[in-house]
Write a protein that binds this ligand. Structure first.
Ligand code: GLV
Ligand code: MN
Ligand code: MN
Ligand code: MN
Length: 419
C-alpha cells in the first residue's frame, strides 16, 4: 500500500536554484560562442566533453551511468524495489550551430537537479529515477533528428542510423566512436527496456508563456513534422557564354521548387510551418552556372491529416519542376503529432498548482525526445518561458528563477510517479 503523498514542496524545497544555474553555466562553456550561445553539434568533440562533465557529476553523487549503441547517456538513482521500471526524464546536450545555452541541456540538468534534490532530502523512491541525455535530438548535423530516443523506442534501425552522414560525409558510426572516447568508459545496455513514465523539462522556445505572463507550460502534445532533403542536379557551365535556353541551372530549378512549395504551404491562419534551413549552391562560384543545389524542407502541422496530405504533396511537386535538371528527394524524418498522457499532464498541472506557479496548458511547436517516448510509456513535458520567445539563437535566455521553477515542478512530478 502506498503512503499518502507528502505536501507539495517536500522535494521541490531541495531543488537549488544556484546549483542548477551553476551547472548550466558550466555546460554553457563547452562549445561557447562569442555571442554568448553554444555550438555543440551532435557527436562532436564538444558533445563528448559535455557527456564527460555530466558523467563526472553523476559519479560524484554516486549515481550509476550507462550508455547504449547510439551513445544515449543514462544517469540513474536506484529505487528501493528492483522489480520496478525507471521513471525517466531528460533531454539533449547537442545544440544548433548557433544555439543557445538552454535548449536541451536545461532538461538534462533540471533532471539531474531532481536526482540531487532526492538525494539531499534522503528520500528513497520505489522506482529508480533516471536522467537521459539523448543523442542527436537536434538533427542539424545528422538527420534524422531524435535518433537516440527513436532507437530507444524501437522506431529506427541502428544500422541505418549508424550509416547516416553529415554534410562533410562523416558517418554517425565514426563520429560516435570519437565522441564516446572523450567520456569515461561505461556499461552498455540494450535499447528499450521498460519505462514507467517519461517527463521532459524544456524552455518553451516560443513567445506564449512570456506573453501570458505564466511560469509553467503544461504541455499537451507535439505537432507533426516531416523533413526532406532535396538534391537538384544540373550542369556546370560558363556564366558568360552559355545561353539561358541551353542551361541546366540547378539553382533556377530549386528556386521554382521553393516558390511552388511556398504556395502549397500558404496558410492565412499561420498554422503551417515550412522552413528551408539549409541551402547549398555548388560549386559556389560567381561565374559558373550552378550544377548542384542541396536544400532541406522542415514542414510541421498539428493535424495528422494535414501532415499526411500536404507532406505527401511535396515530392511530386518538386519532381514536376525539375526539368531540365534532375532531382532526388529523400524524406529524412517523419513524425505524426502526439498527444501526451492525460495522467502525466494532470500530474504536471497539479505540481504547478501545488507549488503556486502560474501556468497554462499548451501544445509544443518544437520537437522533443518526448515525442518518441510518448507511444512507449506515459509521457509529458514541462515548459518554462524564454526571453522574447527566442530559441535556436545564441541570445536564447531563461532566467534562473524560471529554470528553478521548472525543475521544482519536475521534482514533484517525478517523485509522485516514482515514490
Ligand atoms: C528541434 O529543436 C526542433 O524542434 O526542430
Ligand atoms: Mn531541445
Ligand atoms: Mn532545438
Ligand atoms: Mn528540439
Amino acid at each position: 500500500t502506498m503512503l499518502a503523498a507528502p505536501a507539495f514542496g517536500t522535494i521541490a524545497g531541495h531543488v537549488r536554484q544556484e546549483r542548477l544555474a551553476q551547472r548550466l553555466a558550466d555546460m554553457g562553456r563547452i562549445g561557447a560562442t562569442v555571442k554568448g550561445g553554444v555550438n555543440r553539434p551532435a557527436l562532436s568533440r564538444e558533445d563528448g566533453l559535455a557527456r564527460a562533465l555530466l558523467a563526472s557529476w553523476a559519479a560524484a553523487r554516486g549515481f550509476s551511468v550507462e550508455t547504449d549503441g547510439i551513445g544515449n547517456l543514462y544517469v540513474r538513482r536506484a529505487g528501493s524495489d528492483p522489480a520496478l521500471a525507471p521513471v525517466m526524464t531528460g533531454s539533449h546536450l547537442d545544440s544548433q550551430p548557433t544555439g543557445g545555452r538552454y535548449d536541451g541541456v536545461y532538461g538534462v540538468l533540471a533532471g539531474f537537479e531532481v536526482l540531487e534534490a532526492l538525494e539531499d532530502a534522503g528520500l528513497p523512491t520505489r522506482h529508480p529515477v533516471e536522467v537521459v541525455a539523448w543523442t542527436n535530438e537536434e538533427g542539424s548535423r545528422f538527420q534524422p533528428y531524435c535518433m537516440g530516443s527513436a532507437l530507444f523506442a524501437g522506431k529506427m534501425d541502428l544500422e541505418m542510423v549508424l550509416g547516416c552522414t553529415d554534410p562533410q560525409g562523416v558517418t554517425v558510426r565514426d563520429a560516435l566512436a570519437q565522441t564516446l572516447a572523450l567520456a569515461p568508459a561505461m556499461p552498455v545496455r540494450p535499447f528499450g527496456g521498460p519505462a514507467a513514465a517519461y517527463v521532459e523539462a524544456h524552455i518553451e522556445q516560443g513567445p506564449r508563456l512570456e506573453a501570458e505572463d505564466r511560469t509553467i507550460g503544461v504541455v499537451s502534445g507535439i505537432q507533426g513534422s516531416r523533413w526532406f532533403q532535396v538534391e537538384v542536379t544540373g550542369q556546370e557551365a560558363h556564366a558568360g557564354t552559355t545561353p539561358h535556353g541551353a542551361r541546366k541551372d540547378a539553382f533556377q530549378a530549386a528556386l521554382r521548387m521553393v516558390s511552388a512549395l511556398n504556395d502549397l504551404m500558404a496558410d492565412p491562419d499561420d498554422i503551417v510551418r515550412c522552413t528551408f534551413g539549409r541551402f547549398e549552391v555548388l560549386p559556389g562560384s560567381p561565374n559558373t552556372v550552378p550544377g548542384k543545389v542541396i536544400f532541406t524542407i522542415d514542414f510541421r502541422h498539428p493535424d495528422a491529416a494535414m501532415v499526411k496530405a500536404r507532406g505527401d504533396a511535396i515530392t511530386p511537386l518538386i519532381q514536376a519542376l525539375a526539368a531540365p535538371c534532375t532531382v532526388a528527394v529523400k524524406e529524412t524524418s517523419t513524425t505524426s503529432p502526439v498527444d501526451f498522457d492525460p495522467a502525466v499532464i494532470d500530474a504536471v498541472r497539479a505540481a504547478a498548482v501545488g507549488l503556486g506557479y502560474s501556468h497554462m496548458d499548451m501544445p509544443s511547436g518544437a520537437n522533443h525526445d518526448a515525442k518518441f517516448m510518448a507511444p512507449r510509456c506515459p509521457t509529458g513535458m514541462i515548459f518554462i518561458p524564454c526571453r522574447d520567445g527566442i530559441s535556436h539563437n545564441e541570445v536564447e535566455y531563461a532566467s534562473p528563477g524560471h529554470c528553478h521553477a521548472g525543475a521544482a515542478v519536475l521534482a514533484e512530478t517525478l517523485y509522485r510517479l516514482a515514490r
